[in-house]
Design a protein around this ligand. Structure first.
Ligand code: HPA
Length: 261
């Protein structure tokens, strides 16, 4: 049973992997390129690495082929996915440079296809949206590496590609969001529809709009991601070895009781 890492902004394979095999996978949603199967540097297990925005970071958040990506991983025998995402922080408990493992999400995306079930009525349960087994492995991995990982938080996904307005951030905060990003959904929901485990390892790259007292720039996001990349690699390398062999979480049975007929 394979584990995949979906690499977000600024997380690139040459920095976190050894030599690997490149893959291209045909799916009903298009060809998914840029997949590498390799060992994480410092880890003992082979993982499937998929850079969400493509190797050249050319695909914006609202144009990512989320269905193709998840389906391609499924076809490669992946049962568990650890995603990395960069986020702005809304909660006063967080600050740039921090690492957070969200335990819930709010989906404010608008233009993305959020399901595999277009011609069949399927309502998948997301009462526990992120896999508890993967989250536990990531938390322990952080602890073992001496890296502070904040356990829990509500991730709000906006459509982008622009950053939010201060009023939007104020609203998201009132609704209970701690973090804001543009790529966590529908990825997490699609993984659940495929009965795959999914957890998100978020790097806080900035104070969200209006909380930050300056203009938001991609430059600052990339700077923080680059600074944190080594920590993420260490957490990931440790975590993949801590994940139990057999899945005991509810993710694997997500479709039980989800179909109308
Ligand atoms: N908003 C949305 N997405 C983001 C942010 C933000 O402030 N920072 C990094 N990704």
């Amino acid at each position: 049973m394979r584990i995949a890492v979906i690499g977000g902004t600024g997380i690139y394979d040459p920095d976190i992997f050894g030599e690997g095999t490149k893959k291209e996978v045909e799916t009903p949603f298009g060809t998914v390129r840029d997949i590498t199967i390799a060992e994480l540097k410092g880890g003992k297990l082979e993982v499937v690495f998929l850079p969400r925005h493509g190797v050249t970071h050319g695909v914006p958040p609202h144009r990512v082929n989320y269905r193709g990506n998840i389906y391609a991983l499924k076809l490669l025998g992946v049962a568990r996915i650890i995603a990395t995402n960069s986020v702005g922080c809304i909660s006063p408990d967080l600050k740039p440079g921090g690492v957070v493992l969200p335990d819930d999400f709010i989906d404010f995306t608008k233009s993305r296809v959020g399901t595999f079930y277009d011609s069949e009525v399927v309502h998948v349960d997301v009462s526990e949206p992120y896999c508890p087994e993967l989250r536990k492995a990531l938390l322990i991995a952080g602890k073992k590496q001496g890296i502070d990982v904040k356990n829990g938080g509500v991730y709000a996904c906006t459509e982008g590609p622009r950053f939010e307005t201060p009023a939007e951030i104020k609203l998201l905060g009132k609704l209970g969001a701690d973090l804001v990003g543009m790529t966590g959904l529908p990825e997490a929901a699609l993984a659940r529809e495929q009965e795959m485990c999914y957890a998100s390892l978020c790097t806080v790259t900035n104070y969200a709009a209006g909380i930050a007292k300056h203009k938001l720039t991609v430059t600052e996001v990339l700077e923080i991601v680059a600074k944190n990349q080594e920590n993420l690699r260490r957490i990931l390398a440790k975590a993949v070895n801590l994940v139990p062999r057999d899945r005991r979480c509810g993710c694997k049975d997500a479709l039980k009781g989800a179909r109308v007929k």
